[in-house]
Design a binder for this molecule. Structure first.
Ligand code: PDD
Length: 277
């Protein structure tokens, strides 16, 4: 397939990234994952706004504006005949002789993007998934969608080894989010999720879910909750671009509610489905 390197759409086999690319050496860059449904990039503008914000937060000047990147996305979808899948996009601080200090303005950031065909995780959305709890050992700027994902990778690997789909993270007992998702509990008909502070990534799916709650009179609060609230929740779900509204039916081997996706989670799934159709 075709991939984007800076503003050039080329064959993947022709793409060259230098071994001293700062993304490769320092994880010095930011990224986005955007879902494509039936040839349309879902909430692309919101993702690109966050992409630009992430770049700004690490003091990187994005080489292209939002409209140019929207055009790149459309081009990638068309050229690769992508119907249902995802777009991965990242920008690094460029290539220079290895040095922690930022390169000068003559060194341009390196933008890369590619597409992938992916089915919606229908079976998991229907039946729910298992999750485990893990320590949140990440840095204090989790609001930045940084390329540095080692703590997330370690947590997800641990989850996989325990037969779980996701690791839900906590800092000293306060639940933050999943290793690659946002986390929610439902208690007495009310949805709760960690506020969008420096301790979580403000998920685009999370923002869609909050809007859906507000528009449909579903009580929701952006409020930190504890591990105890998670373990005794009526329902748990997680959300991300690729996982959508995903029910969690087991936590550390214990059933949540009756061990099936709960009514509020299912209601939000229906509302979300209507948005992507
Ligand atoms: N992950 N929190 C973290 C730590 C994430 O990595 C993600 C997304 C989310 C959900 O954000 P959104 O709804 O905007 O996808 C929350 C992507 C999908 C990934 O790294 O693959």
């Amino acid at each position: 397939g075709k991939v984007l390197v800076n503003d050039q759409l080329i064959e993947r086999t022709e793409a060259v990234i230098d071994i001293e690319d700062r993304g490769y050496q320092f994880g010095d860059g930011v990224y986005e994952v955007i879902r494509v449904y039936d040839g349309d990039a879902f909430t692309a503008e919101e993702h690109l706004d966050r992409f630009l914000q992430s770049a700004e937060k690490i003091k990187m000047k994005m080489p292209y504006d939002k409209q140019q990147m929207l055009d790149f996305i459309d081009l990638l979808i068309k050229e690769n005949h992508l119907h249902d899948g995802s777009i991965y996009m990242q920008v690094t601080r460029g290539t220079t002789s290895r040095n922690h200090i930022f390169p000068g303005n003559d060194i341009k950031p390196v933008l890369t993007a590619y597409t992938k065909e992916v089915e919606r995780p229908k079976e998991k959305l229907e039946n729910g998934v298992k999750a485990m709890v893990a320590d949140d050992i990440r840095w204090l700027r989790c609001d930045i969608k940084s390329l540095n994902l080692l703590p997330n990778v370690l947590a997800k690997q641990e989850a996989m080894e325990q037969g779980c789909y996701e690791a839900i993270l906590h800092r000293d007992g306060t639940v933050t989010e999943g290793s690659s998702s946002n986390a929610y509990v439902v208690k007495d008909g009310k949805v709760m999720t960690h506020p969008a502070t420096n301790l979580i990534l403000n998920g685009i799916t999370r923002q869609v879910i909050l809007q859906l709650c507000q528009a449909n009179q579903i009580p929701v609060t952006e409020e930190a909750f504890q591990l105890e609230d998670l373990r005794t929740a009526d329902e748990i779900f997680i959300s991300s671009t690729t996982s959508e509204v995903m029910p969690v039916v087991q936590l550390d081997g214990q059933s949540i509610g009756d061990g099936k996706p709960g009514p509020l989670t299912k209601k939000l799934q229906t509302l979300f489905q209507e948005k992507i159709e």
